[in-house]
Design a binder for this molecule. Structure first.
Ligand code: GAP
Length: 457
């Protein structure tokens, strides 16, 4: 897991970019940080929000067979007995007899400590759920758990959704929210952390149609990453072996991404069968079956579950977008982020800080901010400002120059090609809208022209 995948960006470069430009900071850094917890800075929060928004749009807004849910993180403790997490959500843990570091024993072979070479203990099972207590008295009766997956909030609300909506099989419930796991081995930046966000769908289907829906979701989810710019060759599908399957799963395939440390899981698609609804019905004593109007039968639906991590997707989108180019003796870092994901969509750059120019540029900045996340930058040379925007993935820069004051035109510079067009200010918003939606730069609005100095300097 720690080796560098051939031809891939170095993880150190991604971490350094995130730190330098305010995507991600170590949690509680002024106190020395907290192991494997991270804070999303001003640009990071935008990128993560955009990932979650696009996912919500794709699976809830644009579909008529999935509804959303936002269930609580703390749930009745019986939930975790019924789900099997209290019993089975464990990793084999070994401890070094010398340095006392703890490791997941299935991460490596042998019984030698990877850190100091000391001898390791025999593995023992370690439950990954975080415990806390509810109310003022700390005793066994008050123990609750931070949810290790968002899925259970969906299962326990299955009947509520059926009763309050007109959803009929096949249909899904989607949720995006925090999950917590006391992971033994963390690391690789935000790849595996103890607090993270999941984006899950539980898709309820008639038994017998589950295989078809499983295949459907594998394809649908893969296409989502590709649509948002991940190169298809950096994705692969990996089916779990029988020994590897989670206790609830009949079948599971991972969509793996070629991360800097090698192929690793980005999203899992599982066929959970009727395990969860049967378990919760049995432990709660409440019926969680479904009345099929066609056959007039009560059935327990099967569940197909596409489950992704928002943080892991964040890392994959960053790694895939990262490129270094050598331009005029300098390294130019470009994040080729899809416009839908880019934290800042447009940067407004006045050519100088002269008063008249600033007034015109600020007016444009205020106007564009009504529609998108826009930044304004007037520090240093225009070339340096372009580089700064390239590095954070801003798809378009709008430059206001002295000629703009006379002809009421501005230039639009495209991040990836560095090409420029010049358009009337009155056409700017519509033009940017079309370009952000993917229109070719050289399709011009009325009065627009291809700008000559197309190197962007
Ligand atoms: N409900 C099914 C479930 O939770 P999972 O494979 O354990 O399945 C689903 O988790 C996704 O959640 C993973 O594919 C990964 O993207 C993300 N994930 C899981 N554990 C994580 C962790 N410790 N840190 C970051 N993301 C994690």
């Amino acid at each position: 897991m720690t080796e560098q995948a051939p031809g891939k960006v170095d993880m150190e470069k991604i971490v350094s970019l995130c730190r330098r430009r305010g995507f991600i900071f170590p949690s509680s850094e002024i106190y020395g940080g907290l192991s494997s917890c991270w804070d999303y800075g001003p640009l990071g929060v935008e990128l993560k929000q955009n990932i979650k928004q696009d996912r919500w749009r794709a699976v809830v807004q644009e579909r008529d067979d999935i509804v959303g849910l936002d269930s609580s993180i703390l749930m009745h403790p019986q939930t975790w007995v019924a789900s099997g997490h209290l019993e089975g959500f464990t990793d084999p843990l070994v401890e070094c007899k010398n340095c006392h570091l703890r490791w997941r024993s299935d991460d490596f072979k042998g019984n030698i400590c990877p850190s100091c070479g000391g001898e390791l203990t025999e593995p023992r099972l370690f439950n990954l759920m975080f415990k806390t207590s509810m109310g003022p008295i700390e005793d066994m009766a008050s123990v609750v758990y931070l949810r290790p997956e968002t899925a259970q909030g969906i299962f326990v609300n299955f009947q509520n959704v059926v009763n309050t909506t007109r959803m009929r099989l096949p249909f899904g419930i989607a949720q995006i929210g925090k999950a917590f796991r006391n992971e033994i081995t963390t690391g690789n930046f935000i790849f595996r952390t103890r607090e993270f966000e999941q984006m899950e769908i539980e898709f309820f289907v008639k038994p017998g149609t589950d295989e078809k829906w499983f295949n459907y979701w594998v394809e649908e989810r893969t296409n989502w990453y590709v649509k948002l710019g991940i190169k298809r060759e950096n994705l692969r599908l990996r089916q779990h072996s029988k020994e590897e399957l989670a206790h609830y799963a009949r079948l599971c395939s991972d969509i793996d991404y070629l991360f800097p440390m090698g192929w690793s899981e980005l999203e899992g698609i599982a066929n959970r069968g009727d395990f969860d609804l049967v378990q919760h019905a049995s432990f709660s004593g409440k019926s969680l079956d479904y009345f099929d109007e066609e056959t007039k039968e009560h059935i327990v639906p099967y569940i197909i579950e596409p489950s992704a991590g928002a943080d892991r997707s964040f890392l994959a989108f960053l790694c895939d977008a990262y490129e270094e180019q050598l331009a005029e003796g300098e390294i130019r870092v470009i994040l080729h982020l899809h416009p839908a994901l880019a934290p800042i969509k447009i940067a407004v750059l006045p050519l100088s800080r002269r008063e008249k120019l600033v007034a015109a540029a600020k007016q444009i900045y205020a106007d564009l901010r009504q529609c998108w996340m826009v930044s304004y930058d007037d520090a240093q040379s225009i070339g340096r400002r372009y580089r700064r925007q390239d590095e954070i993935g801003t798809p378009f820069c709008v430059t206001v120059d002295f000629q703009s004051l006379e002809d009421e035109q501005v230039t639009i510079r495209e991040r990836d090609s560095m090409n420029q067009i010049r358009v009337p200010t009155s056409e700017l918003k519509n033009t940017l809208q079309s370009k952000l939606e993917g229109e070719s730069l050289f399709i011009l609005p009325p009065g627009g022209q291809i700008w000559k100095g197309d190197k962007g300097e």
